[in-house]
Design a protein around this ligand. Structure first.
Ligand code: GUE
Length: 332
């Protein structure tokens, strides 16, 4: 009898230690807000991932003849695209990946662009290729994504990578999808059997994300074992609200400013904002905002990602991870 009590005590003690160390573990990636909710620090998580990668790459370099390498293809001079590509180049530099940008004119034809991509496909010194989207209107985005060698497709946009993802086979997963999963995991939010609502059905984010969220964890590509509801532009607003109110996790990737408001969220839920929208402030300045009305959501949610400083920086970090994986694969 005493023995059993003692065992129970030990079990309880172990449980407490586990719980408190888990809290410590995740504490550094969260910022306490003035409301109840915590703000997930995407910048911090991105730094964490990049530091881990830097260590792995340094170790990998002792056994391999060159650094992993990434080429970004940038068509035209859209200021947002230029800025994002710059961020990717900076990140590459900081983790020890060789990188360069191929700047091409807006007037380039589809077949000329595919020709350039083929050159990079055939260059053994290039591990990862990324064609910054959007491409000019006269070029088919699908044809361009399909032109990249699937083994160098660090964006995961080639049809064979998209198809493999659906079948739980090892494949390149789009960086933003990986970023959302990493943010959830590193915040310590449980997904097994939980209800996740994804807003947005894009082929590059909403769709692949909802597939990994519901998939089996015991596969080549591990899934998160959640119950998933995928909402999109044809979901009536009152239905959307009904679904999000039931959700343990809400992820929005729609490009609709302030689509997700506090009254639509269940107390204690986790809200991930994938939106990046540029709006004019009343003072005439340009401001970056997400799909989530942050001020009202942070009052009810337990965790919420900000924009900027949430999913964006982690997306860049995951691109570095995919490039490293491409290099490992190249030398295997
Ligand atoms: N082939 C391709 N692959 C992509 O992965 C891809 C793409 N095309 N086209 C555009 C979108 C968008 N995207 C972002 C990456 C980083 C931030 C990012 O770092 N954002 C910062 C702030 C940026 C700012 O201040 O403008 C933040 O949210 O804190 C945002 C958005 C990758 N995309």
């Amino acid at each position: 009898m005493h023995y059993k009590k003692l065992l129970n005590r030990i079990y309880y003690f172990k449980k407490c230690v586990r719980k408190s160390s888990r809290q410590c573990l995740f504490h550094n990636v969260l910022i306490q807000s003035e409301s109840k909710g915590c703000i997930i620090n995407g910048k911090r998580i991105a730094e964490e991932i990049q530091n881990e990668l830097k260590c792995s790459i340094t170790e990998w370099l002792t056994k391999h003849p060159r650094k992993p390498s990434l080429v970004a293809v940038l068509v035209g001079e859209d200021p947002a695209s230029v800025k994002y590509v710059e961020k990717k180049m900076e990140a590459a530099q900081s983790v020890g990946i060789d990188s360069r940008t191929e700047n091409l004119p807006n007037t380039i034809t589809e077949s000329q662009l595919i020709g350039k991509i083929n050159e990079l496909n055939n260059d053994p010194a290039v591990d990862g290729i990324l064609v910054q989207l959007p491409v000019p209107k006269h070029i088919s985005e699908r044809n361009i994504c399909n032109a990249v060698d699937p083994l160098k497709d660090v964006d995961g946009f080639h049809f064979s990578n998209a198809g493999k993802l659906c079948l739980n086979m090892n494949a390149f997963v789009p960086c933003t999808v990986l970023a959302v999963i990493e943010l959830i995991k590193r915040t310590g939010v449980e997904t097994f059997g939980k209800h996740v609502v994804v807003c947005g059905r894009s082929k590059n984010i909403g769709l692949p994300l909802s597939i990994l969220l519901h998939s089996d964890a015991r596969n080549e590509l591990p899934g998160l074992e959640a119950t998933v509801t995928l909402c999109h532009r044809n979901t009536p607003p009152e239905q959307l609200e009904m679904f999000t109110k039931m959700a343990d996790i809400v992820i929005s990737a729609t490009g609709v400013v302030h689509l997700i408001k506090g009254h639509m969220i269940k107390e204690g839920a986790c809200v991930i904002d994938v939106g990046i929208n540029r709006i004019q402030t009343p003072e005439g300045k340009v401001k970056l905002v997400g799909d989530v009305d942050f001020d009202s959501v942070v009052k009810v949610a337990k965790h919420v990602t900000p924009v900027p400083g949430g999913v964006g920086p982690v997306t860049v970090a995951m691109l570095m991870k995919n490039t490293y994986l491409a290099a490992i694969n190249h030398f295997r």
